[in-house]
Design a protein around this ligand. Structure first.
Ligand code: ATP
Ligand code: MG
Ligand code: MG
Ligand code: MG
Length: 438
């Protein structure tokens, strides 16, 4: 992508309304634009990262056997009356009336709708286990939307729903999502710690919140420091195996959020030098809630004996849009964002220091097309801007590598290659640059 033809509205001033660094940097880097409280447009650079995060989530959901579908954002209130949540959900639900005076709502989550889909098609234990998920916009009329997309009112969530014959098998499904989550966050370069959690309006009794430690996190958390260095299951993990040992290992130490922390238990089970009391960001949550929805909504399956039982369900959310904020909170410096490679909007920022100069033009153009041909995403700064501003923009948007084509270096046939995360610079020939980046 040529910067001259891209849409990257960089802000020079630090926006006053933004209280935390990720929000400030997302606004400055031209990634999002607030349209009203807690509701954002995703500008091209922000959308690119959002899509990268989605892709990782999709790959790991597929690996764990979940199947993607897409449900609408607008739901009928009648479905929620069946489960009893229409009244229970309260003011966080955005209620809408259509022209026929029918009560509708903008979905804050989809347990009811997926249960309706399940009961319409699935009749037998033979079709289980089943795990269906989608990545869709949700709306929750948060009392205090803040921190940019971290606590938006409209936000993107991955929500999966598992269906099993009984509790034992439902826990196996739960474990598959649990392990998928460990892998998903790790692939983004985040350490998310599963913590015992309260189930809130979703309900049920088995639940974990996946928490990324960050000073700007909204909840206080208590956990064992060994979680920060624990190995994450690799690609070889077989989701058809019994995953209990992995889940046990990842729940063997104390980890809980302030909502349910038992400080006495925390202090008794964690040696003093291993205690972490910190702030954390909830980037996902898993729930097993048995027949809470299947029972009232009549989602039943035939057992091997031919009797009918309500299906056992779980639900599993990932805060896809919130993850952008969490990623920036975890990866930035004074100059801007430092994207982990797996989610970076572009891999390389190529700076032509002097457009119009024959040598910098031909070298940049040639490297640009070779990198693109090799499938590397490049943001090519071919604009007529002063050098300082070009460098500042590249540091701000945080692409993993910067390549500078300047008249001085090129006199010796060399480009400057900088790694954003370390700041390390080296002078390389165009060929060596190409080899390094492909
Ligand atoms: P929170 O405690 O932050 O209000 P929640 O517990 O209400 O979140 P869940 O119902 O567990 O949220 O939804 C699954 C995930 O969706 C959360 O773990 C979080 O990452 C994300 N999420 C929830 N609310 C928001 C929001 N207002 N803005 C952005 N992401 C959100
Ligand atoms: Mg909430
Ligand atoms: Mg929560
Ligand atoms: Mg939650």
């Amino acid at each position: 992508m040529r910067l001259s033809r891209y849409f990257l509205p960089i802000l020079k001033e630090t926006p006053k309304e933004a209280e935390i660094v990720s929000h400030r940097l997302m606004l400055r880097a031209g990634m999002i634009r607030q349209q009203s409280a807690g509701i954002y447009s995703w500008l091209p650079l922000g959308l690119k990262v959002l899509r990268k995060i989605e892709r990782i989530v999709e790959e790991e959901q597929a690996r764990a056997g979940a199947i993607q579908l897409l449900m609408p954002t607008i739901q009928s209130a009648d479905l929620w009356r069946e489960s009893g949540r229409y009244d229970a959900y309260g003011k966080e639900m955005l209620r809408i009336t259509d022209r026929h005076e029918r009560d509708m709502l903008y979905g804050p989550t989809n347990e009811e709708m997926i249960t309706e889909i399940f009961r319409s098609y699935v009749r037998s234990y033979k079709d289980l286990p089943l795990n269906l998920y989608h990545i869709q916009w949700k709306f929750r009329d948060e009392v205090r939307p803040r921190f940019g997309i971290m606590r938006g009112r409209e936000f993107l969530m991955k929500d999966a729903y598992s269906f099993d014959l009984d509790q034992e098998r439902a826990v196996e499904s739960y474990n598959r999502m649990f392990v998928a989550y460990l892998r998903t966050y790790k692939r983004m370069g985040l350490t998310a710690i599963p913590m015992r959690a309260e189930t809130g309006p979703i309900g049920g009794d088995l639940s974990h919140e996946f928490i990324v430690l960050a000073d700007t996190g909204e909840s206080e958390v208590y956990c064992h420091s060994d979680y920060l260095t624990k190995d994450t299951p690799g690609e070889e993990v077989d989701f058809d195996d019994d995953l209990t040992p992995i889940v046990q290992d990842w729940t063997s130490h104390y980890a809980a959020t302030e909502d349910i922390v038992d400080k006495a238990e925390f202090e008794a089970s964690v040696p003093e030098d291993k205690r972490i009391v910190a702030r954390g960001i909830e980037v996902g949550q898993t729930f097993y809630f048995g027949t809470k929805y299947s029972e009232p909504m009549g989602a039943k399956v035939a057992t091997t004996e031919g009797t009918e039982v309500p299906v056992h369900m779980g639900s599993y959310g990932v805060g896809v849009s919130r993850l952008l904020g969490a990623l920036i909170e975890a990866n930035h410096d004074d100059n801007g964002i430092i994207w982990p490679k797996s989610v970076a909007p572009f891999h390389v920022g190529l700076i032509n220091l002097k457009p119009g100069d024959e040598l910098t033009d031909t070298t940049s153009e040639s490297l640009y097309s070779k990198l693109e041909a090799a499938g590397i995403e490049v943001l090519y700064d071919d604009t007529d801007t002063r050098a300082g501003a070009k460098f500042a923009t590249m540091d701000l948007i945080g692409l993993p590598f910067q390549v500078v084509a300047g008249p001085r270096g090129l006199r010796d046939g060399l480009l400057e290659v900088k790694e954003r995360s370390t700041g390390e610079k080296e002078m390389l020939t165009p060929e060596a640059t190409l080899n390094k980046l492909t």
